[in-house]
Design a protein around this ligand. Sequence first.
Ligand SMILES: Cc1cc2nc3c(=O)[nH]c(=O)nc-3n(C[C@H](O)[C@H](O)[C@H](O)COP(=O)(O)OP(=O)(O)OC[C@H]3O[C@@H](n4cnc5c(N)ncnc54)[C@H](O)[C@@H]3O)c2cc1C
Length: 291
Amino acid sequence: MKPPVFSYHDPRTPAEVVDLLATLDNVKLLAGGQSLMPMLNMRFVLPDHLIDLNCVEGLSYIREIDGALEIGAMTRQRDIEFSDLVRRRCPLMREAITQVGHRQIRNRGTLGGSLCHLDPAAELVAVAAALDAKVTVLGKSGMREIDFAAFPVAYMTSALQPDELLTSVTFPCWAAGHGYAFIEFSRRHGDFAIVSAAALLEEDKSGEVTRASLTLGGMGPAPIRAHDVERALLGRAMTEKSVREICESLRKIDAIDDIHAPANYRQQLAAVLSRRALLKAHERIAAGAQK
Ligand SMILES: Cc1cc2nc3c(=O)[nH]c(=O)nc-3n(C[C@H](O)[C@H](O)[C@H](O)COP(=O)(O)OP(=O)(O)OC[C@H]3O[C@@H](n4cnc5c(N)ncnc54)[C@H](O)[C@@H]3O)c2cc1C
């Protein structure tokens, strides 16, 4: 199918984008097009105007500021994948991004597009939740920052106002030597995950967990932070038995039940993938300490 007829706009600055958003009705922003183009072709969306972000200056960069990575909205997923800074400071993101679709999709797909599309199983969405990211958006009334926890407001719907542009995302980095793992289950390589688990851990010298983050993707309309599991891990040394017991509670999550998988299958995946991700994160701390 071909997309519906729309007017095409090709601005060069974020301010021009915001001016267009403020004056036009029924607008869509085009980033990498990897989700939007199929939706246009299938006529799931019928915009009157399309604003192309691909020539807008200053939206594609990766930099470290005050112990956090700030990544521009138009940064391609493939550039994040190959960034040495990301690999060193945020290895969870690097591990997650290699599981996004196929390399052709990552060549065009952007960080901002993935977060705004907000698929419940998207890897970068889960990483943003796991790291307590902050999303920076620009609108006619200026810049504002949104905690990622408050960014998803409904199924595939973000807290962005129709006249706002996502400009960058800030991911706080964890301490050097932390443990991490991103594990997902999908039916075929490159498919969206049915369920994913993102784990981050810090441990003291005696091996007791001092900080933990566990996020599940694909279980609900937005990623779920398993705060009960995080709390249960703190102050104790991890063993396979203790992690197995703690992760059993994840079977109680009220999970999506759809054509891809029934709820009880997702609950099983949540318990198993979380255990594996936490144990892998723990093993990575131990392996790092032996170097
Ligand atoms: C075959 C296939 C497999 C895929 N598999 C996966 C997968 O396994 N995991 C995964 O996470 N993704 C997957 N994707 C989706 C891919 O990651 C997309 O790149 C991503 O969802 C959207 O990014 P994009 O830059 O292409 O955005 P676009 O498609 O251009 O835009 C997506 C939406 O975000 C809005 N938007 C984009 N940028 C901004 C901005 N800066 N401010 C405000 N709104 C904005 C657009 O208006 C649109 O509504 C797959 C895609 C395909 C085609």
